[in-house]
Design a protein around this ligand. Sequence first.
Ligand code: HEM
Length: 470
Amino acid sequence: RRPKNFPPGPPTLPVLGNLRYLTSKNPLKDLEKLRQSYGDVYSLFLGSKPAVLISGLKAMKEAMVVKATDFAGRPQDLLIGDLTQRKGVILVDYGSLWRDHRRFALMTLRNFGLGKKSMEERIHEEIQFTVKTLEKSVGKTLSPQVMFHNAASNIICKVLFGTRYEYDDETLKMIVQCFTELTTLANGPWAMVYDSVPFVSYLPLPFKKAFRNMEMFMEFSIRVVKEHKKSRVPGEPRDFVDCYLDELDKQDKQDSTFSEDQLKSMNFDLYIAGTDTTSNTLLVGFLYLLNFPHVQERCQQEIDTVLEGRDQVTFEDRHNMPYVQAVIHEMQRVANILPLSVFHCTTKDTELMGYSIPRGTIMIQNLTSVLKEEGQWKFPHEFNPENFLNEQGDFVKPEAFMPFSAGPRMCLGEGLARMELFLITVTLLRKFRFIWPEDAGEPDFNLVFGAILTPKPYNMGRAEVQAVKQ
Ligand code: HEM
């Protein structure tokens, strides 16, 4: 039963709630249909748990920005919460543990050069490996999926652990396998069963594997922390782990939220949040660039003009590249990488667009509905960099550009992600022309639904590269 003045929604069934309304392969379409019937704020029962869906810029802003803290919680009784034991930062509920760690992570990433040179150098070092991979493939076809994944993974590994891994390294392979299995299970039907049916967590069902994978990552994280403790010089941090250990030295033990356990979980959270998000954005973006050669060419002209004889691009150069900026933002808009963001929950009884929402209700942000909202974009349903350009050709960012969400929970890696996307895209377009092979057939721009949207790999597996003469 919906409580009084709760957002409307379809009729529910015992145990299953409204799960039958999310049956197709693409629940985003189902959610859009429900929005047509019930409006920008409606409710669904995920099993027995009530959840409220937020669509459109107006409702999203009221919840995430105007009433920010009311909506800044995270649901605590889902499979992913049990997997992470409610530690780290992403799935931690609104409170001092989350606040302290969010502030610390933001500050540390900034000190390490978010928006400054040293982070740029780290990213550039990794890009050289990507360039080498592409140089070996000139005239041939290659799958950019693994290449972008490895680049994003190594950049975050350098920030966290000060290490990069060779692409065939056994540790890297283990980590990647752990995460792939974890995310597949956490997004699949077994997670829904786990989240909806009480007591099922005690049964030997496939989600047990997710717990084993989690343990494997934690063992890796423990090893990394142990090695750092042996080799560190206090006060001279080399990476995120060292910074955290320095912070632990400073903390008053009694009421501190910092601990070694938390450090291991932060490693997990930042790695998982920083890898597939950036790499899939690049994958989708390059799928479009391959198939919109005139956009690629115009980027290349702008890049050549701004860089002139210089070999390496800097993040500062973005201010002189309005068209490239527009293209990268448009890549992110169409990539729509986290279509339902990360689930929030209300921290107290509150209201949204006139409806009453009790404390502890799951809140689902439909970011797709904002990134493609009619009335907010010049061309909401097509790939067109003009969405980010005004009549004078200057770069402008509409309010509805929310791939990182908004409010107190918004992505804390935005700075790093934007720097990666810019430096990688510009460096690769400066050096190569990317071609969609004639025999590859029509490109399929439809993305496969999951917690992270991905393009179908076979379409990207046949991209040809040509070296550009400079
Ligand atoms: C294109 C790349 C990325 C996109 C589109 C993206 C998007 C998002 C979104 C939509 C959220 C959920 C916000 C919310 O709940 O309201 C989020 C959270 C988060 N992201 Fe990202 N992200 C990206 C890259 C990164 C990177 C590189 C890092 C790592 C440094 C990162 C770290 C995080 C963390 C830690 C959170 C949880 C924040 C919190 O709960 O307070 N993200 N991201």
